[in-house]
Design a protein around this ligand. Structure first.
Ligand code: ATP
Length: 363
């Protein structure tokens, strides 16, 4: 068992609050990604879990036991940083075996563990090479392997792929997920790259300005962002947020998005949420892949194409209507031209509304 509980965590550096307040439960054997922009407090959170920093207040519990005062070496966590720490005078095999030797395990056991990690991380061809001669990509793979070999029940990785190239990063995403499943570790993975978080994590904890914004499965945080920050931060491009005002006609609610026109009638659950919240000024939220072309004369927003960004078979259309902007992502957009006016309707069930004042989702 290796569940982690951060309870009422606060961390100040002098007068600056890197973590303002944080409560987070990470389940046993879970792959949890800490995701957020630079400076939001991800690494500080990680360092506190590892025991490299102590919290200003609050507690860290492993399986219900308070480890807040337990020194790093006694917490039994594995840690991989952005900058690999490898013994360059040793071979790959010696590096992988290092932690196990320190634990004075029998040779047969060490050989078995090294072979398993080498196979999982595709390090077998390099086993007898000196680490000094390896490429950056392989070195980072080795750094992960060396920490993984001792099979810590809690494995912390802080931006481990930020120095490797894009193609290798894609390979490593699969391998890391594999490794975590195979070893059954509780993995906490810090990243500012949403693709890494979305592809690997069981759950994502989205942070901003020292505060936890939302925790949930990748699909849940993508589909149901709790506020405009999460809506914008996830997705490439992020969710369209078009300023609008709720209007009621014949008992039906819609959103008037100014120069972009008026949305169709809001579905009953969303309309109920708007009524309950008494919301008036809102952000009309729709993912770029959820805006479809609508028939002339029908309901929907009307916007003009200002830029077509082609990415192989896909394109991102940049749209504008007065001071309102939006983007569409779709395939088969070859015929669309700059300057064209498009009528767009949001895919059924995909509209999200956010209160314009607080930024919070209206449910
Ligand atoms: P990045 O991805 O850039 O590393 P992060 O989300 O991991 O960002 P942290 O490294 O946790 O952010 O830092 C959060 C804030 O706390 C930053 O503004 C940083 O400058 C500040 N900070 C971190 N460590 C210290 C320290 N030892 N002393 C003073 N300020 C610190």
């Amino acid at each position: 068992m290796a569940a982690i509980h951060l309870e009422n965590l606060v961390k100040h550096f002098g007068g600056f609050s890197a973590i303002k307040q944080m409560d987070l439960e990470i389940r046993d054997k879970e792959f949890m990604a800490l995701l957020g922009p630079s400076g939001c407090g991800k690494s500080t959170t990680m360092n506190i879990i590892a025991g490299m920093e102590s919290p200003s207040s609050g507690r860290v519990l492993f399986d219900g036991v308070d480890v807040s005062q337990t020194p790093m070496g006694k917490r039994g966590v594995g840690f991989v940083f952005q900058n690999y720490a490898i013994f360059t005078h040793m071979t790959v095999r010696q590096n992988l075996a290092y932690g196990l030797k320190m634990r004075r395990l029998p040779k047969a056991e060490i050989d078995k563990a090294v072979a398993k990690v080498a196979q999982l991380l595709q390090l077998e061809p390099y086993l007898d090479r000196p680490a000094a001669k390896l490429s950056v990509n392989i070195l980072q793979r080795l750094a992960i392997g060396r920490s993984a070999a001792v099979n810590p029940s809690i494995f912390l990785l802080d931006e481990p792929l930020s120095n490797v190239d894009a193609a290798f990063r894609a390979v490593m995403r699969t391998e890391l997920k594999h490794l975590q499943r195979e070893f059954g570790q509780t993995m906490v993975y810090v990243t500012h790259d949403q693709l890494e978080a979305m592809t690997m994590a069981d759950r994502i904890a989205v942070m901003d300005h020292g505060l936890l914004q939302q925790v949930g499965s990748p699909l849940d945080v993508y589909n149901n962002p709790c506020n405009t920050f999460v809506a914008r931060f996830l997705g490439a491009p992020g969710m369209n947020l078009i300023a609008g005002a709720v209007v009621e006609e014949n008992g039906k609610l819609s959103v008037d998005c100014g120069p972009a026109g008026r949305s169709g009638t809001l579905a009953a659950p969303l309309a109920a949420g708007v009524r309950k919240a008494g919301a008036k000024d809102v952000h009309f939220g729709i993912r770029p892949e959820d805006l479809e072309f609508a028939a002339e004369g029908g309901a929907g927003l009307v916007m003009q194409v200002v830029f077509v960004e082609r990415i192989g078979p896909r394109a991102i259309l940049h749209l504008t209507a007065g001071d309102r902007n939006a983007k569409i992502v779709a395939e088969n957009l070859a015929a669309v031209k700059t300057g064209e006016r498009l009528r767009l309707s949001p895919r059924a069930g995909r509209i999200r509304l956010f209160d314009a004042g607080s930024g919070r989702a209206i449910l």
